[in-house]
Design a protein around this ligand. Structure first.
Ligand SMILES: [Fe+2]
Length: 263
């Protein structure tokens, strides 16, 4: 459960969050650690998706006399950042984590199903990226043919089904070597950090921090980033960017009311 900031809808719906494996399994084997860290990362993605779905309908388009171009620009930037965050997560998995897991386990078909699931939502994410980068604020629409909702609806079920299923894959790794599995995980985490670039401090990292929830199910310390980062993001990289109004949490993972939901 999230410590919700109010009784208004929040980013824990419509797509449900993933229960934290370590809160349910009393097993020191590293498969629990890996499944938990992956669930934390996937919940960041799900909260971001939910925050978009909950708030975008209330951002007025140019048909509305109360239309504000800046709100639409900020929404497009936010959705673009969320999509880049999802792509980065899956790129690290496909380029490094899955091949490394196959090699370590000696099972060449391990994670094949997850890889196949990636293909089911890949094109939808690309369409969403293209929409965000090419749509002028006055052309933006949420509803209707060619609108942003239609694009998100085309892949959101495939994406979330995958995010749930991948946790089960890790929960099935209890027969693998405990230490070896943990090393594989740590190597993938290093790769995720190394493949990050300075540009991501302006889009992906503010999205990760603002979609975390450190109150979830009694609390967690996710994402595993230096303590200084939220300060740098708040006062420098994310400063003066209205897109972050769409984040469901503050820079320290504390849930906040969704800004665009009617009071
Ligand atoms: Fe994943």
């Amino acid at each position: 459960m999230t410590t919700k900031p109010s009784s208004a809808p929040w980013a824990d719906t419509p797509f449900k969050l993933i229960p934290t494996p370590s809160k349910r399994l009393a097993d020191s084997h590293s498969y629990v650690y890996c499944a938990t860290e992956m669930a934390n990362a996937h919940n960041v993605i799900i909260r971001g998706l939910n925050a978009i779905i909950q708030q975008a309908p209330y951002v007025r388009d140019s048909n509305d006399p109360r239309y504000k171009a800046q709100d639409v620009k900020d929404l497009l930037f936010y959705v673009d950042a969320w999509t880049k965050m999802v792509n980065h997560h899956h790129a690290v998995e496909e380029s490094f984590m899955f091949p490394d897991l196959k090699k370590f386990s000696g099972n060449p078909s391990l994670m094949d199903e997850a890889q196949h699931q990636h293909e089911l939502f890949h094109d939808g994410l690309e369409r969403l990226l293209a929409y965000c980068s090419t749509t002028k604020p006055e052309e933006y629409r949420w509803e209707g043919s060619g609108g942003m909702k239609e694009i998100i609806d085309s892949f959101s079920k495939h994406l979330t089904d995958h995010l749930y299923a991948e946790i089960d894959e890790f929960l099935n790794m209890k027969d693998l070597d405990d230490v070896g599995l943990r090393k594989t995980w740590d190597r993938a985490e290093d790769v995720a950090k190394q493949t990050g670039n300075i540009g991501m401090l302006y889009d992906v990292f503010p999205c990760v921090l603002g979609c975390a929830d450190n109150t979830f199910e009694g609390g967690n310390a996710f994402p595993p980033l230096p303590w200084i980062l939220p300060y740098l993001i708040k006062y420098w990289f994310a400063a003066r960017n209205g897109a972050w109004r769409f984040n469901p949490s503050d820079w320290w993972g504390r849930p906040q009311p969704l800004a665009f939901i009617p009071k």
